[in-house]
Design a binder for this molecule. Sequence first.
Ligand SMILES: [Zn+2]
Length: 459
Amino acid sequence: MKSSTALRSILVLLALALAITVQAADKTIVLKAARLFDGKSKALVQNGVVIVQGNKIVDVGGNLSEPGDAQVIDLGDATLSPGFMDGHTHLTLDFSGNYNERRLKEVDLNVSEQAIMATKHARATVEAGFTTVRDLGSRFVGSKEMVDVALRNSINKGVIVGPRMLVATFGIGATGGHFDPTSGFRDMLFGREPDFSDGIADGPDAIRKAVRFEVKNGADVIKAAVSGGVLSLADEVDTPQLTPAEMAALVDESHRLRKKVAVHCHGDQAAKEAVEAGVDSIEHGSFLKPETLTLMKNKGTYLTPTLMATEWILGKIDNYPPALQAKAKAAGAARSEMFRNAVKMGVKISFGTDAAVFPHGQNAKEFKLMVDLGMPAIDALKTATGNAADLFGIAQKTGTLEKGKLADVIAMAGDPTTDITATERVSFVMKEGKIIRNGPPSSAPVAESGETPVEIPAD
Ligand SMILES: [Zn+2]
């Protein structure tokens, strides 16, 4: 008798739980706004409507009639859009303050404390309307912690709020190159030279081992530094850092494991060799000549311009040591012409910012920089939606507002095709059918340095 009562209450509880689940999955939300951008079309749709059920979009268009039992959210004079995607972030890091102070802090703070900071960066990013990021490199000197993997997993499990993340773990680079975390420190300060287990590899076989090691530990995408960089102390910004044979091994091994390859590259020679090796995207690309851009156009290689990175550094140039100032000025002087050429030539472009170089949450400022350099506003919006999903390899699931896609939907005040800075005024964020923000953000954009984020000067 007692056990049958218990059984009955368990059954009742199960039925109740099932009912709640079914109800949550079936709940219909109708999002309405004056305009809608679907992530791929040439023009906005008037009187935009997106109908969401569970985590999916079930209908989308202009002037759709709403189902009777739906919750209607009317966002007024706003534009609905697919959630933005940033193809180049570092959510676990913050380089936005004084360079030397940041370097000291990195060896001073416990990695766990830095990981907790990263949860704020993740929230600031998704609240700014970026529902997906490719996080291209996370490393803490002297530590093997893969904080990006932990951050991604915690977001996926619903423990913390953040964007969908495709992570690269450490990224791969040459000894003394842009990714060598010990560069610029006293020789052997950390007791050993970094190796494949830090992402540092020399020679094709070592590169393959590093790729396998990173995928084994959770990498969704492979990142490598094939040329020098701006914020590294032991290299020149445009020198090649991997040989063609190393790049061939990098691409072959990554593609065998079905991972895309994104390469940090400022220099023209390194870019040409990387594109010939078959990489999926060139990140930064500051010094790329028209000949190399033509090669990219022909091979369908994406450019991720990260204009925000140089913009921020040049706007706060005194925060950086003299050697890095010179590198930033050279890259900044070259990249505007490179970007104009890429737009004119029709090179595929995916939105990416290098967030961490500037405070997380200001990613959308990249849109205006692209439009100011000659890209039509509607195309700039595509870089962060349909194009990015294509580069990331997730276009079947998300990136556009279409029936059957995941309900990653944002709204921004006004019309971004007449004023691109509307992208900086996102007021509503839904990720996979869950409302993350409807109204003001939970906090202002994060500046770890404690400074209020500074407005960056126009180009
Ligand atoms: Zn970067």
